[in-house]
Design a protein around this ligand. Structure first.
Ligand code: AHR
Length: 308
């Protein structure tokens, strides 16, 4: 291959790898670990130079990271926003610097949608609906009240807002379904356990169902349920979201009833979109991930096929 100095300017420009600044939410869950891994390996595979920054679940850290990417004049900025609101100023700075922004996993709430080029990720409202539909079907012969406790994701985050919305939209059709407690567990196992302990203390055996916005919180809550002398998935029906390996293990052990899939494997789509954007190709404003639902009855069969 020719020495770089001998290459004409155009050829050198073509050889220069695309540089992407990526601001990740944190490392709060098994899902997030798989998501970071997918992004790093896809960047490597695509020959993209990745500047990866972990925000430790803090919006202020993400804003700092984005500003630093702008200062470094990266080719593309991508990020998974911790919360939905408060992004206009920094996104306007990126636009003024002519750096395209790609959203992955979570959406932002901005009036001016030209502040980002595309949003790649799941339909969180639909995930909530899937959880609700599964419950309505499971409890169709139940005559009495069905008391639900809800472990919400991070306050103000798109998945917490949307999964709540989708679930409520389905269960409201039958007044026997009642959400008696709802609190954030911040998408972590530790918080899921802590909040479930508080729910159990306050409501005890009144609780029929736990709806957790992710598997990690459900797994933490399962521990709290067992420590309270109750049988998870039997005394309390448990529904969660993500379908990570930990959830499959819990289902196979008979401790979790169902997990709605939310795929973290967004890396390849993100890298393809970044290349298209850079090449000036037209790109869809919304790229939705395809996902399923896994009840415990099929967990053992599906487990070997799981990639995260
Ligand atoms: O934004 C996706 C959510 O964030 C996942 O469901 C959850 O596990 C993660 O922390």
């Amino acid at each position: 291959c020719a020495p770089l100095a001998a290459l004409p300017t155009g050829a050198w420009a073509q050889q220069k790898p695309l540089v992407m600044g990526f601001s990740q939410v944190g490392a709060e869950s098994e899902w997030r670990t798989a998501n970071s891994e997918s992004i790093k390996s896809a960047a490597k595979e695509a020959g993209i130079e990745l500047k990866f920054s972990d925000a430790q679940q803090k919006q202020e850290n993400q804003i700092k990271a984005i500003r630093s990417f702008i200062a470094q004049k990266v080719d593309v900025i991508a990020f998974s926003p911790v919360v939905e609101s408060g992004w206009e100023p920094v996104l306007r700075e990126a636009k003024a610097a002519k750096i395209p922004v790609i959203l992955t996993d979570r959406a932002v709430n901005v009036k001016d949608t030209s502040l980002y080029v595309t949003f790649i990720g799941s339909d969180f409202v639909e995930e909530g609906r899937k959880a609700g539909r599964w419950l309505v079907e499971k409890m169709k012969n139940e005559k009495g009240e069905v008391n639900i406790v809800e472990l919400q994701g991070t306050v103000g985050s798109a998945p917490a807002i949307d999964r709540k919305k989708g679930f409520e939209e389905i269960i409201k059709a039958d007044p026997k379904f009642k959400i008696i407690r709802s609190q954030t567990g911040d998408f972590t196992r530790a918080k899921g356990k802590e909040v479930m302990e508080a729910f159990l203390k306050a409501e005890g055996k009144k609780i029929n169902v736990l709806y957790a916005h992710n598997d990690d919180m459900a797994i933490g809550a399962i521990q709290a349920i067992e420590e309270a002398g109750l049988k998870p998935a039997k005394d309390i029906t448990i529904i969660s979201i993500d379908a990570v390996k930990g959830a499959f293990e819990a289902m196979i052990a008979g401790k979790l009833n169902v997990s709605v899939e939310c795929s973290p494997l967004l890396g390849p789509q993100l890298m393809a979109a970044a290349k298209d954007v850079k090449a000036g190709k037209p790109i869809q404003k919304r790229i939705v991930t395809e996902e399923g639902i896994f009840p415990m009855e099929i967990a053992a069969r599906e487990f070997p096929k799981r990639k995260y």
